[in-house]
Write a protein that binds this ligand. Structure first.
Ligand code: HPA
Length: 234
């Protein structure tokens, strides 16, 4: 047990999928895992461990934003020895060729700041996905025929942004989408020599204003979960 995760030692798998939303963790565990068991409910941040095609997997909510994800990822890595951590979540589309429901596989995650910024001082560290996971996720997405984009994303500290000029620069520099967690996950994975990836579903679009209707979310999010699982065990 850690401060924020109540799982007993050994109850967390080496491979952890991390949705922001704890209810999405429950939905994904019930939908995709065999024999899923609740392993954490501290603060309602649900975590489940089960198997997928015979492989042990934990699906643990991260909460929203890098400070929250940082707490869970630190404890999963340092106390439970998680080796492969894949964020599954939603993002806002930032390019005209990116549509709602598409999947984005994040090669890098730019930030203004993250919980790790303090240790880098003057360095702008470039948080980067694990290449083996990235390549496997791209193959899985191609095999499924899911419309998928691979490239840079932006991990923001705010959902309600007040800097249209910043969005403009992100768009101008080819950033595919905006979310709030991946950069810190990639940085922690680099620090502890673990594998990390973010597989995201575009749930809304900053330019078109289009948003995924609630009833469409499950199917769209399902492709993302399967891509993440296939990448983890490729
Ligand atoms: N901004 C930040 N995070 C997000 C968004 C967004 O527009 N959509 C989904 N996650």
């Amino acid at each position: 047990m850690t401060i924020h995760i109540g799982a007993v030692p050994g109850a967390i798998a080496e491979t952890v999928l991390m949705p922001g939303d704890p209810y999405r963790a429950r939905w994904a565990a019930e939908t995709f895992l065999e024999g899923a068991e609740l392993v954490n409910e501290v603060r309602g941040m649900l975590g489940f461990t089960g198997t997928w095609r015979g492989n042990r997997v934990t699906i643990q909510g991260s909460g929203m934003g890098m400070p929250s994800l940082s707490i869970y990822a630190n404890e999963l890595i340092r106390d439970y020895d998680a080796q492969t951590l894949i964020r599954i979540g939603s993002c806002g589309g930032m390019q005209p060729h990116v549509s709602v429901r598409d999947v984005i596989i994040a090669m890098s995650a730019s930030t203004i700041t993250s919980p790790s910024s303090g240790i880098f001082r003057e360095v702008n560290f470039a948080p980067t996905a694990d290449y083996t996971l990235l390549a496997a996720a791209v193959s899985a997405a191609e095999a499924k025929g899911t419309p998928t984009h691979v490239g840079g994303i932006y991990s923001s500290d705010v959902f309600y942004a007040e800097r249209p000029d910043l969005d403009e620069q992100m768009v101008r520099h080819g950033i595919l989408g905006v979310e709030m967690e991946a950069a810190e996950l990639y940085t922690l994975a680099a620090r502890y020599n673990r594998r990390a990836l973010a597989v995201l579903t575009v749930s809304d679009h900053l330019q078109t204003g289009e948003a995924l209707p609630a009833e469409d979310r499950e199917k769209s999010f399902g492709d993302m979960v399967e891509i993440a699982l296939e990448a983890a065990f490729a």
